[in-house]
Design a protein around this ligand. Sequence first.
Ligand code: F6P
Length: 322
Amino acid sequence: MRRLPPVLLEDGCPRELISLIRTVLAACKEISFRVGQGALSGVLGSTLDENIQGETQKKLDVLTNQLLKDILLESGYVKAIASEEEDFTVAGNPDANYIVAFDPLDGSSNTDINSLVGTIFSIMAAPEGSDPADPSIFMQPGKNQVAAGYVLYGPSTVLALTTGKGTRFFTLDKTHGTFLLTQDFASVPEETSEFAINASNQRHWQPAMQNYINDLIAGVTGPRGRNFNMRWIAAMVGDVHRVLCRGGIFTYPTDTKDPNKPNKLRLLYEANPMAMLIEQAGGIASTGTERIMDIQPDAIHQRVAVILGSKNEVETCLSYHK
Ligand code: F6P
């Protein structure tokens, strides 16, 4: 089985970028160990704090953020970082060429029930001559990403990674601490009969999404003429992994539940990296009105609607939005 650096070298990936990806993965191996220790590590449960987005921080949110932040900044490979758990961007090495945005532990409420969680990351080139302390270096559309991935901490620890030449899966060999290539070129099936949405928000969705989901639920007797199945892991990383493995449509649409927060998922470190992984596997990632990776960000913690997955099903969903 091939290891990470040879595979990326074959792709013509710059050595500095490979070193940066290895640095992210070094932190993820440590996170995998801590998450795997569960209650034994004494880090389950919540802190008394909230992050800038008003969400109660889990102890593991804080710990995993610190781990990634320290390892990345000490490595010298990053000009700046942006994290879900940091109010502002953090400056790194002024001479470095890359910036990293990450969600250190997506789905962290799942830690208390021993269910799926993961780390999501997005890497872009820093504009030449830019100031590491200037947050505007992160205001680049997702199509500028040079690498994106997640590490899913499940029964096995799996890395999904793209550097723009397809999406690959690697599995952490916990005996040797190495990510080994276990699937070259993941491909999202174009057709699916599986959808993922938090259906408890149904009454708050816009009419387009209400109509689309109603037609799925109507099943064989409805306009779609077949039955659909529903799955919801409550961790985007787990739902997207399922979509990458066997197809499906995953959506967190705009809703009116909280007028101050019409969208839930964050553009820079959730929607963009997942969109790149999905597109590189032949799927589609949209907000309902535009391609996610075309959005010009205007804030670090900006939120967007997300509709992604199997090509034909996402296109059908988008046709309801026209
Ligand atoms: O980061 C936000 C997130 O935890 C996603 O990973 C997940 O898809 C979603 O929120 C779950 O939302 P809800 O709490 O509505 O089920």
